[in-house]
Ligand binder design. Structure first.
Ligand code: BG6
Length: 284
């Protein structure tokens, strides 16, 4: 990698031949190749640049999810350069890399100092992103956060997501009205933007290429988002027809913001598994 480039990329390789690529720009995972295919959507029109978010991959949203506060949408860290804190050993059974961001009031214009650490672990047919937030300041730190995962699907209209039935969700397309999910398997055939509360530890996404199981810990909520056929300039960074090729399933802490005391650490993670793929070994 060119260590001076804002978007400098690092690729993790594990012994089973899986790969994951992460950019220093936002510590954003851009690609995960496993079981012979790309598992993550990344827009071919997106270009990482200082102060610009990248459409696709796994943006880290912190310390504000969406527009639920005074900060830019999805917070302060997805558009900043992170540092690589430890490099992966080549071709280990589980490849691991660690990225770090120090949020300083002088550079962010936000009064609460913090440190974020993102650990990416690439196992046999699974990928885990673990986020740590450290309150390095003298006051309590309140935040919302998400791992905004864009999953690649062959056609979202043929996909189904199970595990949400019976959960309360906020429907952003209906003024954040609180509703209850009735569908045993959620199907997406256009725009959707929901925050599901109190999600179970595993959701299952099925599409023409098989099953992906999504585990989350530390994050109580899950966002399900797809823009449908994009209607405004905000999505100029994505080919319009690509809405069928992606579905965001985001591990999130939104409904109950996290309150961290000085010196305390919060941890949340999302793991995506391909349990039916050859070579799958569950995480230990
Ligand atoms: O275009 P952005 O800033 O990356 O946001 C994309 C989407 O992110 C989702 O998490 C939100 O629920 C949506 O409301 C939002 O449109």
């Amino acid at each position: 990698m060119d260590p001076n480039a804002d978007e400098a990329l690092v690729t993790l390789h594990n012994a089973g031949g899986d790969e994951a690529t992460i950019s220093l720009h936002g510590a954003q995972l851009l690609s995960w190749k496993a079981a012979g295919r790309e598992q993550i959507y990344w827009s071919p029109l997106s270009r990482p640049a200082a102060d610009r978010a990248v459409r696709g991959g796994v943006p880290v949203c912190f310390p504000q999810f969406g527009e639920r506060g005074p900060l830019p949408r999805h917070g302060l860290v997805r558009t900043r350069r992170w540092e690589m804190a430890s490099f992966p050993a080549p071709h280990a059974r589980i490849a691991e890399g660690r990225w770090q961001f120090d949020g300083l009031p002088a550079t962010l214009g936000w009064p609460h100092p913090f440190r974020l650490v993102l650990v990416v672990r690439l196992g046999p047919r699974w990928l885990e992103l673990a986020l740590e937030a450290h309150n390095t300041g003298p006051q309590p730190l309140d935040f919302t956060a998400a791992l905004h995962t864009y999953l690649a699907v062959d056609d979202v209209r043929q996909a189904s997501l199970t595990g949400l039935q019976g959960l309360a969700y906020e429907d952003a397309l209906d003024g954040n009205t609180l509703k209850t999910e009735k569908a045993p398997a959620l199907r997406v055939d256009g725009e959707i933007d929901r925050v599901y509360r109190g999600v179970p530890p595993a959701l299952e996404l099925r599409d023409g290429n098989g099953l992906r199981r999504l585990h989350q810990q530390g994050f109580a909520d899950a966002v399900v988002w797809n823009p449908g056929l994009p209607r405004d300039a905000r999505f100029a960074d994505m080919p319009p027809q690509d809405w069928t090729r992606m579905l965001c399933i985001e591990a999130a802490a939104i409904e109950n913001p996290v309150s961290l005391q000085p010196g305390a650490v919060w941890r949340g993670r999302q793991r995506i598994e391909l349990p039916d793929a050859d070579g799958f070994e569950p995480a230990s």
